[in-house]
Design a protein around this ligand. Structure first.
Ligand code: ATP
Ligand code: MG
Length: 248
């Protein structure tokens, strides 16, 4: 089977790139799909997460491709097992143009997590414009999705996000809740999909469409109907931008 490469990227720091990367990897690994995380971030957060995993956990290969190693494409290829079916790239915040170009050559799909704050949305809008400018030709065939991460149902922040995505004619948006489950997962080297369903059912439900989108099974990811925490006020689905496919 050919390798499918997903780039998780945003120029902004702390928006959830590593969180999306590791949980996506856990989704595939828990289904016995040969999965590799390529960590391009010198902070090595994804590799640290991998190092926390128990020996019994399903195998996820880690490739250390941080720019400090001066990695080019050929060096990168050597670190990625040939049998990898799902390659997920955890990109650093503020990637150089050179690195961006390198990453765009590799990716079939791009996931852009964005924190639903006005500042982050503006920064992300600029980043996506840069992305579209750089990869004009190559980009044509790359699928692009925006994920609203750390969403709290008490704060309706989708409208600016909807406008921003719509103005660029871009794809999908889904929502990932602000939840301690993601923090627990990050701290223990476990992925959402390796947690007991009774503990992480809501998070698994909201995250699964991201994996399905990566697999090309869906062109549109519907937002989950219910909020993650039962105690939270009812989630207003009408505020959510449903995933809407588009190309650059
Ligand atoms: N949906 C979420 N719910 C709760 N906490 C989250 C969520 N997403 C991310 N976090 C937490 O926010 C912090 C930043 O997330 P993460 O490391 O994934 O961002 P990043 O974009 O990779 O950051 P960096 O730019 O530093 O690489 C982490 O402590 C993470 O556990
Ligand atoms: Mg990170």
């Amino acid at each position: 089977m050919a390798m499918n490469t997903t780039l998780v990227i945003n120029a902004k720091g702390g928006v959830g790139k590593t969180t999306i990367t590791t949980n996506l990897a856990s989704f595939f690994a828990s289904r016995n799909v040969p999965t590799t995380i390529a960590d391009y971030d010198p902070q090595s957060s994804s590799l640290n997460w991998l190092s926390l995993r128990s020996p019994e956990a399903s195998k996820i290969h880690g490739a250390d491709l941080a720019p400090r190693h001066g990695t080019g494409l050929s060096a990168a290829r050597r670190q990625i097992p040939r049998d990898t079916q799902q390659l997920i790239i955890d990109a650093p915040a503020g990637p150089s143009r050179l690195l961006l170009q390198d990453l765009l050559v590799r990716a079939q799909s791009i996931l852009i997590p964005v924190a639903p704050s006005t500042i982050d949305i503006h920064a992300t809008a600029n980043f996506i414009k840069e992305l579209l400018l750089i990869g004009k030709v190559r980009f044509r065939n790359i699928r692009l999705a925006v994920i609203a991460n750390r969403v709290r149902s008490s704060r309706p922040v989708y409208e600016p996000l909807e406008k921003f995505v719509g103005s660029l004619g871009i794809s999908f948006i889904t929502r990932v809740s602000d939840s301690d489950i993601y923090v627990d997962a990050a701290e223990t080297g476990v992925g959402l999909f390796e947690m007991p369903t009774e503990k992480a059912a809501a998070e698994q439900r909201e995250f699964r469409p991201i994996a399905q989108w990566v697999l090309g099974e869906t062109d549109a990811v519907a937002a989950p109907a219910a909020p993650v925490a039962a105690a939270e006020p009812a989630y207003d689905a009408s505020n959510v931008v449903q995933l809407a496919a588009a190309r650059a």
